[in-house]
Design a protein around this ligand. Structure first.
Ligand code: ZN
Length: 122
């Protein structure tokens, strides 16, 4: 009797686990992996970098300020910046299509575009 109950518990646990995995998988599928980090200054695209190539780029804004963009392991982040609030640095790394890092003082946006180079429909 005790064994049977244990087995039922294990089956229940496995069912819950696979359900959780399925949900997690769906969320992951819905979040489309980005293909490019697109740099925009004053609303105009100035450059785009593939996320599958690790690189460090110093982005210079029109008024001579700098943001250090780092692409690593398929993610983009602002590693350093000389803006006063440094919110862009605190925003961390992004890698999913449609995500973006915004540096308001520098009017700089780094956003992730889809694999095909076409923006994801949101
Ligand atoms: Zn900033």
């Amino acid at each position: 009797m005790k064994n049977k109950r244990l087995r039922n518990d294990i089956i229940l646990l496995l069912t819950l686990l696979s359900a959780a995995l399925a949900v997690w998988g769906l969320v992951k599928l819905a979040q489309k992996k980005g293909g490019f980090a697109v740099v925009e200054i004053n609303g105009a695209e100035t450059a785009r970098y593939p996320l599958d190539t690790d690189i460090e780029i110093v982005i210079e804004t029109a008024d001579g300020h700098e943001n250090l963009l780092v692409i690593e392991n398929g993610f983009a982040r602002i590693e350093d910046a000389d803006c006063p609030d440094r919110l862009c640095v605190k925003q961390g790394r992004i890698g999913m299509a449609g995500e973006s890092i915004i540096c308001l003082p520098h009017r700089l946006v780094v956003r992730i575009a889809g694999e095909e180079g076409v923006d994801a429909v949101s």
